[in-house]
Design a protein around this ligand. Structure first.
Ligand code: ACO
Length: 324
């Protein structure tokens, strides 16, 4: 008995930006990017592809798969750090686009871990009231939030959105355990300023503009250790052996982080879903996009155990285990 996923959906922008394209923009090359990150190309939003539009398209597919209408949704939570406006939230725009008149809607910011944080929130709402149906979305247009002259970061990120509808089931399926963690003391290893303050007293001389800054090596080190800890915690609490997991769907940060993590956890290659080569790091959108692709590819069936894990700015990290 628990919270299950009724439907998933995803939406990627049309435009592809390959490593060869990036070679013409900054001092980099396909070989460097591919060997260090596994990324070959990423999608970049064009006109009419704001985060809320990508989110809405992903949500429409998730609702169709769930076999319910937008009016059946009670809560919409969007995880994002790159909505086109600070206020209203991306979620309110999604509500308007969907016509989800019975839902309240809000965004959360937990960077790349946003989807797992929202997933856990949805689980709590559903556990508290078995009639609730929650639409959880990860949506990003990080192409608007990178410095296209900084080769350390601009090669990593991409745009896209993924959605899932969560609801109660009295079967033996559902979310088994989640582990969410944060460490704000390490904020300055991965961050993005907002616009400069119009209050002179609050102005920050170190405001570098609204784009991502990162200490890549440090992030790498913490990411592997932190995700391993969260995964081990959920496995232990659910009394599940890693060998019993049908599919691991990690945040698609980069292939070297994932390989290191999977090596430590001793997960077989065929039990992991990876699509970072096509989309780069889409932050909060990466897990729901990968989940939708894995489901569409027939890699998940009813009763399978699926494990998610993530790490991102904050630092924030976590893991979640579900019987599909
Ligand atoms: N092309 C070519 N050379 C580059 C590029 C580039 N795009 N970027 C950096 N370099 C150079 C550096 O300038 C440096 O040159 P130098 O030795 O002359 O100074 C050299 O390559 C090595 O740079 P490092 O930063 O030490 O490279 P590293 O091997 O650590 O790889 C990377 C960098 C891929 C970012 C790695 O640190 C990493 O994977 N970090 C994790 C970061 C991450 O995934 N962040 C995403 C957000 S958080 C999350 O989602 C988990």
């Amino acid at each position: 008995m628990g919270t299950i996923v009724l439907g998933t959906g995803s939406c990627l922008p049309e435009k592809r930006l390959t490593n060869d394209d990036l070679e013409k923009m900054v001092d980099t090359n396909d070989e460097w990017i591919a060997t260090r990150t596994g990324i070959k190309e990423r999608r970049i939003a064009g006109k009419g592809e704001e985060a809320y539009i990508l989110a809405t398209r992903a949500a429409e597919k998730a609702l169709a798969q769930a076999g319910i209408s937008a009016q059946d949704i009670d809560i919409i939570v969007v995880a994002t750090i790159s909505s086109h406006m600070i206020m209203p939230s991306c979620a309110c725009f999604v509500q308007k686009e969907l016509g989800a008149a019975n839902a309240f809607a809000y965004d959360i910011n937990a960077a790349c871990s946003g989807f797992l944080y929202a997933f856990d929130l949805a689980d709590q709402y559903v556990k508290a009231d078995h009639n609730k149906k929650v639409l959880v979305i990860g949506a990003e247009t990080l192409s608007a939030r990178v410095n296209w002259e900084d080769r350390n970061t601009c090669i990593l990120f991409g745009d896209g959105a993924g959605a899932a509808v969560l609801a109660y089931s009295d079967s033996d399926r559902g979310i088994m355990a989640s582990n969410l963690q944060s460490d704000g003391s390490l904020w300055n290893l991965l961050y993005m300023h907002g616009p400069q303050s119009t209050n002179k007293d609050l102005q920050d001389k170190n405001n570098h503009g609204s784009h991502i800054l990162m200490e890549g090596r440090e992030v790498f080190k913490y990411a592997v250790k932190a995700m391993e800890g969260s995964v081990r915690d959920v496995l232990e609490r659910a009394a599940v052996d890693v060998k019993d997991i049908k599919l691991v769907i990690p945040h698609q940060a980069n292939i070297r982080i994932l390989n290191k993590l999977l090596e430590r956890l001793q997960v077989d290659e065929e039990a992991v879903f990876i699509n970072v080569q096509k989309y780069g790091n889409t932050s909060a959108a990466s897990i729901p996009i990968a989940l939708d692709e894995a489901f569409q590819a027939g890699k998940i069936s009813k009763g399978d155990m699926v494990l998610f894990c993530s790490f991102g700015g904050g630092f924030t990290w976590g893991a979640s285990l579900i019987t599909w």
